[in-house]
Design a protein around this ligand. Structure first.
Ligand code: PXP
Length: 237
């Protein structure tokens, strides 16, 4: 059964829109837990456009479920991870100008920089997951890098314009998932998942964790955070 990692970045996006103190992602993390979240995911971006170091610090102290820090393989944010010790880091590519994380990490091209970061994280016992496209070369590179897990990018599946396109992306994710598991990697999936498209992903054999943010936060505005998380949890179980 897939676990639900609730990404709370967009609670912080609303707060940062006014540079004020509410809504507090720390509250959202607590409510997500009450709604049945198995993990809290948050992305500390270089430009600090949503999550702040303070959020990560408090959530590390208060969350009872796994904290998954999404971050770029960047020396500054690595230092923060080494200080605050989230049990899991998901390495993602990061560009300042993107609205959200657009493609998967290119582990092959950026091998040396990523390796340095992974080694530092491993030295302090942080598990590392690589956010990669459903591409066998990237999965193989992640395994060689010593990652514990891969999070396969489900964005193309989520953005498919019709059933045929979605079926093709689903097949690609299914094959990549199988490949990752065969290589001994823990399988995570995420990006662009919604109440409408999640069930097919949750049924992929061996999937361990689904990381979902925008759709849950969007629903939470209407029905409350706990309820939104509960509804997502029901769909994936
Ligand atoms: N997984 C990763 C690696 C991400 O970068 C994001 C977006 O921050 C998510 C999952 C969640 O994506 P969404 O907000 O589209 O559910």
């Amino acid at each position: 059964m897939a676990k639900l990692g609730v990404n709370i970045d967009h609670v912080a996006t609303v707060r940062q829109a006014r540079r004020t103190i509410e809504p507090d992602p720390v509250w959202a993390a607590a409510l997500a837990e009450l709604g049945g979240a198995d993990g809290i995911t948050l992305h500390l971006r270089e430009d600090r456009r949503h999550i702040q170091e303070r959020d990560l610090r408090i959530i590390r102290q208060t969350a009872q479920v796994k904290v998954n820090l999404e971050m770029a393989a960047d020396p500054q944010v690595t230092e923060i991870a080494l200080d605050l010790l989230p049990p899991q880091v998901t390495l993602v590519p990061e560009k300042r100008e993107e609205v959200t994380t657009e493609g998967g990490l290119d582990v092959i091209t950026h091998w040396a920089r990523i390796k340095t970061c992974v080694e530092k994280l491993h030295d302090v016992g942080i598990e590392v997951s690589m956010f990669v496209d459903p591409d066998p070369r990237q999965i193989e590179a992640s395994q060689k890098m010593g990652a514990t897990a891969v999070e396969l990018h489900t964005g193309r599946y989520a953005d498919a314009m019709n059933q045929h396109e979605q079926d093709l992306e689903f097949e690609a994710l299914l094959a990549a998932s199988h490949d990752a598991i065969e290589r001994g990697l823990v399988l995570h999936l995420g990006h662009g998942l919604t109440y409408r498209n999640v069930q097919r992903m949750a049924r992929i054999p061996g999937v361990c964790e689904l990381n979902i943010g925008h759709s849950i936060v969007a629903r939470a505005i209407m029905v409350g955070f706990q309820q939104a998380v509960r509804e997502m949890k029901t769909l994936i179980t």
